[in-house]
Ligand binder design. Structure first.
Ligand code: BTN
Length: 245
């Protein structure tokens, strides 16, 4: 595949969580691990990620980087933008991103991103980038989902999971290289194009405190800018879950 010659790709029939599996089996840079089914798929904030058999895409990517951890705040945004590009390349337009990690279409969730740290080796961070995308989930599995959601196959044109996984990895590989060289700054304009929060009334929940304001884009690090009564506030919470094994 173009640009993917140094990647290793593996598809499992089942696992608990592709993020967990990638950690457990020993981290590998540029490894893509997908599964047909996850028995304990995870979302952010300890939530479950509903992962029925062969319906959707669940995958994790191992990425080792010299970037300092404080600069990784924009990473989930960069990953979201790579997915949007991949979808666009396959003819699926109009997908948006809800800061910091939701992939959405007309206000409904299509997928999400879960970034975890696996460890560090001589100062290089081992990052696990997990992505879940709803493609053709049936109604039974979906009964467990609390929020508004939808499948990619409702948008069209029809694409296969394999096509999307390949395209997403090509885009992700490219995006990660640029991110490492130039930081989030290089992605800020692209974010504006797909920022679902822009100009919208939003409430941020931070340590049980509610913060209300209007989305005003993101700063050069990927922090959400919230227009409040007291001026513009950057919001950093929750981009990277700093969990070490
Ligand atoms: C979220 O929106 O809360 C993030 C969802 C991330 C789900 C993916 S599916 C593949 C990978 N393995 C997991 O257990 N979670 C991520």
């Amino acid at each position: 595949q173009r640009g993917l010659s140094d990647w290793q790709c593996e598809v499992l029939l089942l696992t608990d969580s592709t993020n967990e599996q990638l950690k457990g089996e020993g981290f590998r840079h540029k490894k893509l691990l997908a599964a047909e089914y996850q028995s304990a798929g995870r979302g952010r904030r300890g939530r479950q990620w509903v992962s029925p058999l062969a319906s959707n895409l669940y995958w994790s990517t191992g990425w080792q980087t010299q970037m300092p951890v404080q600069q990784l705040g924009g990473l989930s945004l960069v990953v979201g933008l790579a997915i949007i590009n991949a979808l666009g390349n396959l003819g699926i337009k109009g997908v948006q991103l809800k800061w910091p990690n939701d992939i959405r279409y007309q206000g409904k969730k299509l997928g999400g991103i879960l970034i975890e740290l696996s460890g560090d080796v001589a100062g290089a961070l081992q990052v696990i980038i997990g992505v879940g995308l709803n493609m053709q989930m049936g109604a039974t599995a979906a009964k467990q989902i609390e929020q508004q959601w939808m499948n990619l196959n409702e948008i069209g044109p029809e694409i296969s999971r394999q096509q999307l996984l390949t395209e997403a990895t090509i885009e992700l590989s490219r995006a990660l290289e640029l991110f490492e060289l130039q930081g989030f700054e290089a992605f800020r304009d692209a974010w504006q194009e797909v920022d679902e929060c822009y100009g919208q009334k939003v409430t941020i929940l931070q340590q049980n405190q509610e913060l209300k304001g209007i989305g005003a884009g993101v700063d050069a690090t990927g922090a959400l800018l919230l227009q409040t009564g007291k001026g513009i506030m950057p919001i950093y919470a929750g981009e990277v879950s700093l969990r070490f094994r």
